[in-house]
Each structure stands twice: as structure tokens, then as C-alpha cells.
Design a protein around this ligand. Structure first.
Ligand code: THU
Length: 129
């Protein structure tokens, strides 16, 4: 149920390390086997090292052996809800463009497939000669 996935993202969003932007992001990525992996953004005094919540959740999932995903919920404190950045879209695309992406702000939600957010994606098939 997506409400539960959004709840998990909001819960972990509280742990974001974002002292520079103060923009807290939470992500909850659901694997095909039902497991849920969470992540937050982690910023650095060396700003460019910042890692987004979505990629942090994906890293946790892959490290735990998950490689098939159904949905990701991303939460922020803004409406309209913020969509995942381009870098996160690209890394998520590694595991399939059918992923459902749910972005939730305090008052509203937006949904897409990853394929809608990343048209004409560069994927492993792009490497085939
Ligand atoms: N951020 C994410 O965590 N995910 C996104 O998809 C967009 C941006 C973070 C990075 C940075 O810590 C803060 O939001 C402001 O850009």
C-alpha cells in the first residue's frame, strides 16, 4: 500500500543530514519481495559530495541483495512535491523503467513511472552494438 511506503519515507526524512540546504528528503524503495529500504540525503561541507535520499535507499537495497523494485516513495516538505533529480533517475533506471515513483509533499502527491521521468533513457541496451 503506497500510504505505508510514504509513511516510511516521511519517517526516515527526519534523519536527513542537510545542514546546508535544510531541504530534508526521505526515500523508501520497495523491492519485489516486499522488503523496504530507506534512505535520506547526506550533505557534506564539501557540497558536491552530497548524496540524495533515493540513491542512498538504492545503495542499501543493492547491498542487501535486492535488485528488483516495484515502487519508490520520495518525501519532502514542499508542495507541489519535488520529483527525483536526474542523477537519481539515471541510477534507478539501471533496475528498470517500470518503477512507480511516488513523490509526496505535506499536502499532495504526484506519481509517474520512471520511464515517464526519464524518456529516451540510456540503459544497458544502449551499450549493445
Ligand atoms: N536531494 C535529494 O535527496 N533527492 C533529490 O532527488 C533531489 C535533491 C537533496 C540533495 C540535497 O541534499 C538537497 O536535496 C537539496 O538539493
Amino acid at each position: 500500500m503506497s500510504a505505508e511506503l510514504v509513511r516510511r519515507a516521511r519517517e526516515v526524512m527526519r534523519n536527513a543530514h542537510a545542514p546546508y540546504s535544510r531541504f530534508h528528503v526521505g526515500a523508501a524503495l520497495e523491492a519485489a519481495d516486499g522488503r523496504v529500504f530507506v534512505g535520506t540525503n547526506v550533505e557534506s561541507a564539501s557540497y558536491g559530495l552530497t548524496i540524495c535520499a533515493e540513491r542512498m535507499a538504492l545503495g542499501a537495497a543493492v547491498a542487501a541483495g535486492a535488485k528488483q523494485f516495484t515502487r519508490i516513495a520520495v518525501t519532502t516538505a514542499v508542495d507541489p512535491p519535488a520529483a527525483p533529480c536526474g542523477a537519481c533517475r539515471q541510477l534507478l533506471a539501471e533496475f528498470g523503467l517500470d518503477l512507480e515513483v511516488i513523490s509526496a509533499g505535506p499536502k499532495s502527491e504526484r506519481r509517474w513511472t520512471l520511464g515517464e521521468l526519464l524518456p529516451a533513457a540510456f540503459t544497458r541496451e544502449s551499450l549493445d552494438t
